[in-house]
Write a protein that binds this ligand. Sequence first.
Ligand SMILES: [Zn+2]
Length: 368
Amino acid sequence: MAVAATFFDGETAHDRPVTVERISNELQFSGENTPLTRWSIAGLHPIDPPSPGQPFRLTHDSQKGSRLILRDDAFINDLIASNRALRGGYSFRHLGQVLGWTVGGLAVAVALGWFAMSFLPQQLAHLLPDSWRNRVGEQVISSLVEKARKCETSAATGAWSAMIAKLAEGNSSLPPISVSVYDVPIMNAFAAPGGRIVFTKELLRQAETPDEVVGVLAHEIGHVAHLHPEAQMVRLAGLQILISAISNGGSGEWAGNIAALAAIFRYSRDAEREADEYARSTMAAASIDPMGLKHFFEKVLKLEKGKPDSTQTPSATKPTALEKIGDVFSTHPGTEQRIKDIQPLPTDHVPAKVLSEEQWKALKAVCG
Ligand SMILES: [Zn+2]
C-alpha cells in the first residue's frame, strides 16, 4: 500500500510531496525532488504522539532534523502496530531520559536544600528585626512550657542579675538577655529567640551549687550570642514551607508545630560546641569555677544513661514539648567529650563566689 505524505529534509525549508510504501521492515519513499529514501521502522521516532484524524509526524535516526508527515489513518495504525515506540508518549528510552532529568533535578534540589539548611539560616538570623525575634521568642516559650506557671520573686531576679553581672566581668560584650523560670518538673534549660533564656524548676532543684547554674546560664548565653535559636527558627520555617509545598497546601501554622519540628531539628553538635566554648572562655575570664558546669554535665550524662530512650522519661507516657526540644538534654552524642573539654581554673586563680548564701536560697525557692 502506497500513500501520499509530505517530507522535509531538515536542510531546506521546502515541503516535498512524496509517496510512501512499507516494504518489510522499512518505509521507502520518493518524490519529484526526493530520491528514494529507506528508513528502517526500528529507527523511527514520533515527533508528537499519534492522534486519530491528525497528521502523524515522524523523524528517523539516520536523518536528524528531517520530518515525514503521514495522513493516512490506516497506514499510520498499521505502522504503530509494528513499532511500540511509535505509540508516542514514552518509549523506554524517553522514559530513561525523563527519569534522568527528574533524578538529576532532585539531586540538585537536595544539594541546594542542604546548603540552604546548613548555611543560610545562620546568615539570615543576623538580618532578623528585633520585633520578629521577640515575638517568635514569646511564641516558642509559650508553646514549650505550655500552661506551666512562671516563677518570679524579686530576690530571685536579684540572683539572676548577680550571675549575669559576674559573667559580664569576663565578657564585656554579653548580649542582652532575660531569664525566666517555669514550674516544669523536667530538668531543662533553653534559649529562645530574642535573648530569652528559660530554666525549669526541676533544673534548679537538681542543681547543687550556684556554679552549676551559672555554667548552664553561660552555655545558654552562648547560644544567644551566636543567634542559634533564631537560626533554628529560620530552619524550621524553611522546613515548614518545604513541607507545605510538598503536601500542596497547609496553612503555615508553623508556630504550633515548633515543638514537633524541634524534635527533628535539635541544635547541631557544632552549635553545642560553640555554646560550650563561649561558656568556658567567659567563665574562665570571670574566674568562675567551670567544675560546676562539668559536674552538671556529669549529672546529665547519668540521667541519659538511665533512660531507655532520650525522648522518653519513665514518669511520662507522652513526652512533653520541653522534653523533646532537648538542649541540656541534647548533649548526646558527645557528652563525655564535652565533660573532658572542661578544664579546671589555673591554680593561681581564686574562684569567684557567684552568689551569696541568701541569693542562692532565693533562687532555689523561686517556685515555692
Ligand atoms: Zn546547648
